[in-house]
Design a protein around this ligand. Structure first.
Ligand code: ADP
Length: 493
């Protein structure tokens, strides 16, 4: 059987119903939605949409698990064992997950194999190690009415965490939210994106198999405006962790504010990739191309503003164009494919619209811009040169394989251009000058800066942005802090 046929079979055998309170809710006749293959435009699976009763049940099962339930009684070491088991299970099924993710997202097979799955497995392993190391502090205090005092803090799980994920990297981004929350002892209710919910539904099976008690984890497939909205409005949700567009992020933040609930919001970017004249231009061109074309540019950290020193501008643009022209668009399951399809027709229309705007605004189209003559939501890797930072294609997040190339003169210009953006998520610098690398890294507004590489991911490193890119940090110690609250205890001795 071909890999595609295997993946399609897996897609049709994944549980297509909500996983709530430790069981799959197969009984009720509720609404459904179709998951479409972005490459063939055929239906991969029809999934039951979680309704208000499911949302209610998942949230209350989370509270029951925490308040006196088996999950709440487990100590950190026991939670760590379960997370370790989950990491092992995911590792052993990595090939299935990679195929399923390629199928539902339309990304070339190599990407989930070298990025998403290894990252997700490492994230669960990383937090398996954290679960028994969540510590408080003792704080010296001067005393109370002449008596000595002992003050200390403990970190308590924040409660029931609603995790809302996007469709671009569902397994990896899901792990970024699920693993730290479970390590901290929270209950998690996951609402995966309607365009690509299948890997998350398969993950529920592994979480069940790993032995997490009922209610510790639920998955609610459904559309954003229905299931997602019910979840963010639910008064029983204690924290919302969201990755997606700024528009939806604003809806999530507003709902959270109404209930005084904390949020972690990761809302994408317009990340600069700065190529200095002293950079290794071949290595930089490889990295910059990866930064804008990986996952068809549908990456929150996509390096979509390419700032290039004027003295090497021409030669660098040529190198980048050569990389764009070398891309092989096709079925992610075909040997040799380096670029897949966009997620859906709406996304295709959005990207095509930005390409039209780029032309209309007078940027010079130097690569791509068109669509191959075939089924699927494909668009060519596209580069606009001689652009300026005030053009729409330099200001708005396109979420597609469209790079906007802008020239700069001095380091100060580069920093000013980089920071002249509504977003501040990530940045990459390409230079062989150590002083320049460190000094620009300090000055660029971004949650994460990579020098001579594109956004190296690692679960130990905090991740998140500011401005329209959102707030809060995921991963590393920050992931634990974001899912716990410090409680102070003072004992008058
Ligand atoms: P996109 O437009 O690219 O799908 P979104 O930011 O809308 O990106 O989607 C990210 C996630 O947010 C998805 O899981 C989606 O279902 C969810 N979502 C969309 N709208 C809402 C909403 N009103 N309330 C809660 N979740 C939502």
């Amino acid at each position: 059987m071909s890999k595609r046929a295997e993946a399609e079979e897996l897609a049709s055998s994944v549980p297509s119903v909500p996983y709530v309170a430790g069981t799959w809710d197969t009984a009720k006749a509720a609404g459904t939605f179709d998951v479409i293959d972005p490459v063939t435009e055929r239906v991969l699976a029809t999934v039951t949409e979680a309704d208000a009763a499911d949302v209610d049940l998942a949230v209350s099962a989370g509270h029951s698990a925490l308040d006196g339930g088996e999950w709440g009684r487990m100590d950190g070491a026991a939670r760590g064992v379960l997370l370790g088991r989950l990491a092992d299970l995911l590792d052993s099924r990595a090939e299935d997950f990679a195929n399923l993710e390629s199928l539902e997202v339309g990304k070339p097979g190599i990407e989930p194999r070298v990025i998403d799955l290894p990252q997700a497995v490492q994230t669960f392993r990383h937090y398996a190690g954290w679960a028994d190391k969540i510590e408080g502090r003792t704080i010296p205090t001067p005393g109370y009415m002449g008596r000595k005092t002992l003050s200390y803090t403990v970190r308590r799980p924040i409660g029931v965490v609603a995790a809302i994920t996007p469709w671009n990297s569902p397994t990896m981004i899901g792990s970024w939210k699920i693993a730290p929350a479970l390590a901290a002892g929270c209950a998690v209710v996951l609402k995966p994106a309607e365009d690509a919910p299948l890997t998350s539904l398969l993950l529920a099976r592994l979480i069940h198999e790993a032995g997490f008690p009922p209610g510790a984890f639920s998955v609610l497939p459904g559309r954003g405006a229905t299931t997602g909205n019910l979840l963010i409005e639910h008064p029983g949700v204690d924290k919302i962790s969201f990755t997606g567009s700024p528009e939806t992020g604003r809806v999530v933040a507003t709902a959270a504010v109404k209930g005084f609930r904390p949020t972690t919001l990761e809302l994408g970017g317009k990340s600069p990739q700065i190529v200095f004249a002293d950079a290794d231009l071949d290595a930089a061109a490889d990295g910059v191309a990866l930064g804008i074309f990986a996952n068809q540019g549908q990456v929150c950290a996509a390096g979509s503003r390419i700032l290039v020193a004027r003295s090497v501008y021409g030669e660098f643009v040529d190198r980048l164009v050569a990389r764009a022209e070398a891309a092989v668009l096709g079925d992610p399951f075909d040997q040799g494919t380096t670029m897949g399809a966009l997620i859906n027709a709406k996304q295709l229309e959005r990207v095509a619209r930005y390409i039209r705007i780029g032309r209309d605004e007078g940027a010079r189209l130097v690569a791509g811009g068109g669509r191959p003559d075939r089924s699927g939501y494909f668009i060519e890797p596209t580069l606009f040169a001689d652009a300026s930072n005030d053009m729409t294609i330099a200001r708005e997040e396109i979420f597609g394989p469209v790079g906007t190339i802008i020239a700069f003169d001095t380091d100060d210009d580069a920093v000013a251009l980089a920071n002249d953006s509504d977003f501040a998520l990530a940045a990459t610098l390409w230079t062989s000058d150590l002083t320049r690398a460190h000094s620009v890294a300090q000055r660029v507004q971004a949650g994460a800066v990579a020098v001579n590489g594109w956004s190296p991911l690692d679960p130990r490193l905090p991740w998140g942005g500011s401005k329209l890119s959102g707030h809060g940090r995921e991963l590393g110690r920050a992931g634990i802090e974001a899912n716990t609250e410090e409680k102070t205890v003072t004992v008058v001795l």
